[in-house]
Design a protein around this ligand. Sequence first.
Ligand SMILES: Cc1cc2nc3c(=O)[nH]c(=O)nc-3n(C[C@H](O)[C@H](O)[C@H](O)COP(=O)(O)O)c2cc1C
Length: 182
Amino acid sequence: MTNEKLAIGIILGSTRQGRVSPQVGEWVKGIADKRGDAAYEIVDIADFNLPFVGAGTGEEAGLKAWVEKISNLDGYVFIAQEYNHSITGALKNAIDSAYAEWNNKAAGIVSYGSTGGARAAEHLRGILGELQVADVRNHPTLSLFTDFENFSEFKPAELHDANVNGMLDQVISWSTALKSVR
Ligand SMILES: Cc1cc2nc3c(=O)[nH]c(=O)nc-3n(C[C@H](O)[C@H](O)[C@H](O)COP(=O)(O)O)c2cc1C
């Protein structure tokens, strides 16, 4: 093991036009960067132009870049929005587009929706279990009704800052530990 800083990707789970996930991701990154305990970066699925799993040649540059990105990260924070009581199809497809690269890493979840995105987050936990990603307990849940204005302008309640830090404490702890497993 080296003393290099952990690389933690903040993965934006939605790709739709008009999405709010970049605002949420930047807010998490702002809190994370103040900690100085890892190299945090936003990872936007939309940038990779991923084909549906199995529908392409497997040689697409975006797919290769995605797999390499997931491989190079030590841990993840999923920005998960609730679509029909689950995660987005885009996030599921992106997750399915890699396998071994996810294994023995840690992840936190920041979710949002009408009920804090709780149902989407619980689905995501089941998926992460299959990928041998250790999902941490602490889980900031953001309400579309009280943490956003007009469901579009992100104005998080102050209490969530402590929740994000609590989640990151666990992601850093487990990401550090799992490095020794890999
Ligand atoms: C197809 C679709 C389904 C949705 N289903 C739910 C839902 O089941 N529960 C919920 O709380 N919000 C639901 N929403 C609202 C989204 O959580 C909300 O639009 C949120 O801003 C989506 O995240 P995004 O802006 O990053 O794409 C749904 C939105 C879409 C587009």
